[in-house]
Design a protein around this ligand. Sequence first.
Ligand SMILES: *Cc1c(COP(=O)(O)O)cnc(C)c1O
Length: 453
Amino acid sequence: MNDAKIYLSESEMPQQWYNIQADLPELPAPALNPATNKPAGPDDLAAIFPMELIKQEVSTERYIPIPDDLLEIYKLWRPTPLVRAYRLEEFLETPARIYFKNESVSPAGSHKPNTAVAQAYFNMKEGNHRLATETGAGQWGSALSFATRLFDMECTVYMVKVSFRQKPFRKSLIHLWGAEIYASPSENTAFGRKVLAKDPNSLGSLGIAISEAIEDTVTHPGTKYSLGSVLNHVLLHQTIIGQEVKKQFEIIGDYPDTVIGCVGGGSNFSGLAFPFLQDKISGKKKDLQVLAIEPASSPSMTKGYYRYDYGDSAGMTPLMKMHTLGHNFMPPGIHAGGLRYHGMAPLVSLVYKLGLIEARSYHQLDTFKAGIDFARIQGIVPAPETDHAILAAIDEALKCKKTGEEKAILFNFSGHGHFDMTAYDDYLAGKLENYAYPKKLIEEAMKDVPQID
Ligand SMILES: *Cc1c(COP(=O)(O)O)cnc(C)c1O
């Protein structure tokens, strides 16, 4: 048997991010200013983002160099291992080769620090000393707290109140790295106070938390806003993942037939898949299969509409052309908190429309079963989000068992589940349930989506 783990040395780490905008047959539709419905120019965005990130957002350069200082910081956990899941293959009795890229080895336990450190760095360079953000399940808030600490910056996190109560150790981690955290809705902003005046028991939502973070940003000098997924520059920073994997496959003389990632806003999926889509677009690997996996309860790609919509529920962000369930869509309280988002990254939406990728949705109970099987066979406890990618890899490997095909299947292990043990406890105690496809809720929410196009 060959080695189970394929490592790169630090000097082999990719020195540039890959920008898929250079290779697509068409560019994504421009983001629109929500006040005028006209394309949002740099001036519209400069109030909340630093110039360098605005430039990256619209760049069509194929490669964007990673600054040396940032490469040094990436070395705290990168390059990450590519792992051949031999034991899972044996368990499934499949002729397929199953590989996963292990992004759970980062300080915050997921892929999110790849963009958090980049965003903190470019903000620091432009003299911004403080970042404000929101977090749902807490993964993004902890990644940005870690990143801002490295540059002696301040960080304020608005965490959705229901998760704030359910996941006290994410808050502990954010405090430990020296950031400030508020349960949202909070008394800290006018918008939060307004929500609380209406409903003192509000448990919050991602949309409310985004609105609080943006208000905090525009009312404090030296502060910028930071987003952990969806935007082009966030997806760009994550492409270090797939570029590393390509080098790792070169070392062992293999190449994937199927590439899989779970999708919330789309960043870990894109980070792994876009460098491989480059080969699909150029014709080097025409028949590459690329799968984006979403929860059946929040099915923006498989059941949503390709429309202009807001990124948040308050309608404060620019309008983006994307697959959406409507910005007022309230996904059921499934445990893969990182996948509970009404929209999808405009770039992921575009490659889906162009037929370069496929989308699939799974029910929560099936994904937890796959995650627990994985933990019992390979040892690592996956995040509930990651369970979706694992289930897809298992399904594809079982198809190979039927057909006898010896495919190479690659999935992104986006994070570990050490802070999600309550969810696993609930699953093992039989307390979790599946949610039906929320057709009615989607139709209701789509009524509020502005008519543009
Ligand atoms: C946040 C998160 C996700 C979902 O976000 P994407 O931007 O779609 O990647 C998936 N897995 C983990 C572990 C996460 O923390």
